[in-house]
Design a protein around this ligand. Structure first.
Ligand code: HMG
Length: 385
């Protein structure tokens, strides 16, 4: 049975900052941020937006009256949890009006969370071919003002509906994965911002990719020639280019040029949004699907990396007619109709958050789903639907 991604949706907050403005405010050469890091814009979430509201926005693009009742599994991959006990998936069963007989929970392993969700959902569909699984990656990537990681922040969500006979990406049963206890990036429970050993994290990312690619070639007797594209988890767009350097001198020159060209198509969205943490790989997939010239049934490789660290390299086949299963207009609208804010506005928003007993001013809201208040220390969500 073919199993994979049948629908995909995406959301990023309306506000963004220009990376050149950020460079100037931080006394950095703008070329370092635009060329050295490879970013153009960075999404800035409002205090009424969080992992739950962004997940609901992305998921609303893949749900309709015909598929809601078939969903038996909802997994949210996030490292921007809003509660230490209750899963964000539970708030979503309500906001998305999912059936009661759904297994709903949250998965955390840094940027790998959604891939853990995807592989779990694949097994679920194999055992329940008539059912569907909703996997949502939703995160706010934050390192703090004036930190080296600041230029690599971002926010947003990607929602994927998995089913039998998928219309977008068939997951091949090919995968290599590894885990290792590494101190490259972490966020203790007391902190809203992450800590990173930046250069060390780059090195570990590349080591994981290199090891898993070696293993993948051996395990499945394949070479780079078997793939039209390699898609990466994108903390910032230069990262995938750095990882691809391991291919230089080891594969055919023309193939390398083709893979580099495909990579450029896959980072178009990440470049203007920033790091989505666990959603970043799937934003690369979406960017590739909507920007590249895709062959019928082409096979692609996907590299998922979560600090701490867990990595997985797996492959999938893009399905003919995949564009019919994506709400392209809505996604274009989200990316094109954004609002640039200046650095002092961004710094003002950065520290803000709703306190217990406070309500959001509904007049100022630009999203459909929002955190409306915190009452008796409980987060209350609402939608404009
Ligand atoms: P930094 O120390 O400020 O930057 O931190 P740098 O000095 O390394 O410079 C960056 C690049 O810009 C270098 O290129 C410079 O040469 C270049 P590279 O050597 O890397 O090819 N450069 C210039 N280029 C053009 N014109 C100039 C110029 N000046 C310098 N004038 C760092 C950069 C990425 C380390 C920092 O932003 C950081 O710590 N980010 C957060 C950590 C991160 O994103 N790590 C990525 C791998 S780990 C991962 O992906 C997992 C993660 O998503 C978390 C999760 O799993 O949940 C992060």
């Amino acid at each position: 049975m073919d199993i994979g991604i049948d629908k995909i949706g995406f959301y990023t907050p309306k506000n963004y900052i220009d990376i050149v403005d950020l460079a100037k405010a931080r006394n950095q050469d703008p070329d370092k941020f635009t060329i050295g890091i490879g970013q153009e814009k960075q999404a800035v979430p409002m205090p009424y937006e969080d992992a739950v509201t962004m997940a609901a926005e992305a998921a609303s693009q893949v749900l309709d009256d015909t598929n809601n009742s078939d969903i038996g599994l909802l997994i949210v991959g996030t490292e921007s949890s809003v509660d230490e006990s209750k899963a964000s998936a539970l708030f979503l069963t309500d906001l998305l009006e999912l059936p009661a007989d759904v297994r709903a929970f949250e998965i955390k392993e840094a940027c790998y969370g959604a891939t853990a969700g995807l592989q779990t959902a694949r097994d679920y569909i194999a055992a329940n071919p008539d059912k569907k699984a909703l996997v949502i990656a939703s995160d706010i990537a934050r390192y703090g003002l004036n930190t080296p990681g600041e230029v690599t922040q971002g926010a947003g969500a990607v929602a994927m509906l998995l089913s039998a006979d998928p219309r977008i990406l068939k997951l091949e049963n090919k995968s290599t994965f590894m885990s290792r206890n590494v101190g490259d990036f972490w966020r203790p429970t007391f902190s809203k911002t992450a800590f990173a050993r930046g250069k060390y994290s780059n090195q570990i990312y590349i080591e994981f990719f290199s090891t898993l690619w070696e293993q993948f070639q051996e395990k499945y007797d394949v070479t780079a020639a078997d793939f039209k594209a390699m898609l990466f988890h994108i903390p910032y767009t230069k990262m995938g280019s750095k990882a691809m350097k391991i291919l230089e001198g080891n594969i055919d020159e023309d193939k390398l040029s083709e893979l580099k060209a495909s990579y450029q198509e896959s980072i178009k969205f990440g470049k203007v949004v920033g790091n989505l943490y666990t959603g970043s790989l799937y934003l690369s997939l979406l960017s590739y699907l909507l920007n590249a010239n895709i062959d019928s049934n082409e096979e692609i490789l996907l590299f998922s990396y979560g600090s701490g660290s867990m990595g997985e390299l797996f492959s999938g086949k893009i399905q003919p007619g995949f564009k019919d299963a994506i709400d392209i207009k809505t996604i274009e609208n989200i990316l094109q109709n954004r609002n640039k804010i200046n650095i002092s506005e961004y710094e003002g928003i950065f520290g803000q958050g709703l306190e217990n007993g406070q309500k959001t001013d509904v007049k100022a809201i630009t999203s459909t789903y929002y955190l409306s208040e915190i009452k008796e220390n409980e987060r209350i969500y609402q939608s404009h639907n």
